[in-house]
Design a binder for this molecule. Structure first.
Ligand code: MSP
Length: 670
């Protein structure tokens, strides 16, 4: 059982961001994730402490400040505002913002390093190693790659000096056991296995936690040797603890002492998992502090399969996207599109499409149809339901909202969010939305002659969306509140308790609905993306991937027919065959493309954009359907001769088509 499960508190953290980077989609991703969890747990009635902040010590900041003719403190004071204003723009509800230059943080770090020194957990040693300044960390001779950092690829410099070391190595076995005994400690499972693999196959070294002041002064002075400072990976990690001492909600802190520690979730990117899973965990062991319940490592965002970088000019500015498309749409998209542990590829066009389908259509239209019908048939007041009139149609829909049931909205959503499966929770909500849409189609209120039955239908529609808004709230707070306003509820959702407000029957008969502006205005995709391309000013040409309908390589582009009907002769031109996948591997540098060797009677190479949904191992040996008479095309420089068939539904689920029974490869499809 988790340590914090039975306490009515929820403590979630983001990494603290280096001040000298401008915030981008990667920073926004973690912070919105933490925000979703924080908002949801507040709805559940938990006492929540949501912490984010900035990491301000170290050589990088010192250098950047020097270049600008500023002190590191002045430089940090300026840069920190970029983060603070972005969090406001994205509607982030953090309870505190920690800066590692806060006096109280520094005091806590000094107290803790002294404790470890007194306990014999720290030793002074001569040290030589290869240092990567951008990552603020040392590498061994074996680890570096041709003079470069194995992580970021930038040059490393050799440094020899005396330093203080945290004796991390002695905790190796204990850490392995801890991770093995606590399956949810590191998630997702693939990352947990990576950490375990690393710990089992390598000898853990000790951790260098200081710098001589002579070389780096921008750190926390250590109390037992005035010539040294500690910084980044010691000072920074301790923020999670120090904040509970001086930034956590005061009353709680005073009353409950250690109430906030340990954290429920540390959310981090996959690149800084080792520092958290290994350095931080062993530091806590040495301090005899409890370990957090969970460290979750999310994937990275690329843009068109490439790492974001200033030099490529493809850095996505979340503030600009939120400004253009709405902050809720952005928050929705980044969590709907990609499972949290996996890498994702950002595309503005894909986002615009989702806004039109999932937001403007599925939910926006549903709400406006509902309020319009209530206006038309009941003068704008939600009618009294006549539950005795419930048919199977109503019963089926209401079953989704049965909080006692394991398949009801609360338990399902709660289970997904407790594992940080943000996209699954959204898929579930959208399944319910489509059920409500189907309910309208099936119940045909516009034809209903029985007055009581019509009242029942209208109530069912209003009430189901009222409840749904509660679950939408953590992801899209503005939208959820608008749904409530349209349905006649004035309360701010952030103040309600989900178990009470989420129970069926919360709408009082007579509540006046308000037909407001559409929740999400539709985007004219053709005009927007065509115009942008023609003007050559917009990033969309660069950002938007080819439409996802056909997942294999496409022939050179052709204008589509005016209508979508083709003759049988036209169809007969397409040569389709059953193929067997002999080999599969990822195309280097792409997280979407997989290169397949397929036997269709002859062996051919196909490149398919299915790498997010399928791994090469899933594919080897599979029988698939292949278009064999496509003109060869190159994808990321790799030749593709043909295209495999796959279907994608409105939830974005992608499935490869396979023959229904065993059939020889090469068989033709007619
Ligand atoms: N200061 C350290 C963290 C110390 S935590 C005690 C640091 N800062 S950072 O600003 O470089 O990175 C912060 C976070 O941004 C990391 O979790 C990293 O994974 C995330 N991202 C940076 N680029 C990213 C993407 N392209 N995509 C997703 N997240 C990415 O590391």
């Amino acid at each position: 059982m988790s340590l914090t499960e039975d306490l009515n508190k929820f403590y979630v953290t983001t990494p603290i961001y280096y001040v000298n980077d401008v915030p981008h989609i990667g920073h926004a991703y973690t912070t919105v994730a933490a925000d979703i969890l924080a908002r949801y747990n507040r709805l559940k009635g938990k006492k929540v402490f949501f912490l984010t902040g900035t990491d301000e010590h170290g050589q990088k900041v010192e250098k950047a400040a020097q270049e600008k003719g500023k002190t590191p403190q002045e430089h940090s004071d300026l840069m920190v505002e970029n983060f603070k204003s972005l969090w406001q723009a994205l509607n982030i509800s953090n309870d505190a913002f920690i800066r590692t230059t806060d006096v109280d943080h520094i005091k806590t770090v000094q107290g803790i390093i002294q404790m470890l020194w007194d306990a014999g957990e720290i030793k002074k040693r001569q040290y030589s190693g290869w240092y990567c300044t951008p990552d603020e960390r040392f590498w061994t001779e074996k680890e570096i790659v041709e003079g470069n950092c194995p992580d970021c690829g930038r040059p490393v410099e050799e440094i020899k000096e005396e330093n203080y070391f945290f004796l991390m190595s002695k905790y190796q076995v204990r850490l392995i056991n801890y991770i093995e005994d606590n399956p949810d400690y590191i998630l997702p499972e693939t990352r947990r296995n990576e950490v375990l693999g690393f710990l089992k196959n390598n000898e853990l070294g000790d951790l260098c936690i200081t710098r001589p002041k002579a070389r780096l002064s921008w750190g926390v002075p250590i109390p037992f040797d005035q010539d040294f400072v500690t910084y980044v990976w010691f000072d920074a990690l301790l923020n999670y603890f120090s904040a509970t001492r001086y930034l956590a909600p005061e009353a709680e802190q005073a009353k409950l002492g250690d109430f906030w520690w340990p954290a429920n979730h540390h959310i981090v990117g996959k690149d800084i998992l080792t520092t958290h899973a290994v350095y931080w965990s062993t530091m806590l062991m040495a301090l005899k502090f409890p370990l957090p319940d969970n460290i979750f490592a999310h994937g990275w965002w690329t843009v068109e399969g490439k790492k974001m970088s200033k030099s490529l000019g493809n850095v996505i500015d979340p503030a600009q996207i939120a400004e253009e498309y709405g902050r809720d749409a952005f928050r929705y998209f980044i969590f709907r599109e990609v499972p949290f542990g996996l890498d994702g590829d950002f595309s503005e066009e894909a986002m615009a499409k989702r806004i039109n389908t999932d937001l403007a259509n599925d939910i926006g239209n549903l709400l406006s149809r509902t309020t319009k019908m209530i206006e038309k048939y009941r003068g704008g007041a939600v009618p009294e339901p006549v539950i005795l009139k419930d048919r199977d149609l109503e019963k089926k829909l209401k079953a989704w909202f049965d909080n006692g049931s394991d398949t009801g909205i609360f338990k399902t959503y709660d289970a997904f969010l407790s594992k940080l499966q943000f996209n699954h929770a959204l898929t579930h909500l959208w399944k319910i939305i489509s059920e409500i849409n189907e309910y309208i189609a099936a119940s045909e209120p516009w034809k209903e002659k029985d007055d009581e039955m019509l009242s029942n239908i209208l109530y069912t529609l209003a009430e189901s969306q009222r409840i749904l808004a509660l679950y939408i709230f953590p992801y899209m707070p503005d939208t959820a509140n608008k749904i409530w306003q349209h349905l006649g509820h004035d309360e701010d959702i952030s103040t309600v308790n989900i178990s009470k407000a989420g129970a069926w029957g919360g709408t009082t008969a007579g509540t006046k609905v308000q037909k407001g502006d559409p929740l999400f205005p539709r985007i004219d995709l053709k005009q927007k993306f065509k115009k942008d391309k023609a003007s050559g000013t917009d990033k969309t040409e660069k950002l938007a991937p080819k439409p996802a309908a056909a997942k294999g390589s496409a022939p050179s582009s052709q204008e589509g027919p005016v209508d979508n009907l083709i003759t049988i002769n036209e169809f007969a031109k397409v040569e389709l065959k059953v193929g067997k996948v002999l080999e599969a591997e990822r195309v280097e540098g792409s997280n979407k493309l997989i290169k397949l060797q397929v036997d269709t009677g002859e062996t051919r190479q196909i490149v398919a954009g299915i790498g997010k949904e399928y791994s090469p191992e899933d594919l080897t040996g599979k029988k698939i359907i292949v278009v064999t008479n496509l003109k060869p095309a190159k994808l990321m420089g790799v030749e593709s001769r043909g295209m495999l068939l796959a279907a994608t539904d409105s939830d974005g689920v992608l499935s490869i088509l396979t023959p229904e029974k065993e059939i020889k490869q090469g068989a033709s499809i007619k």
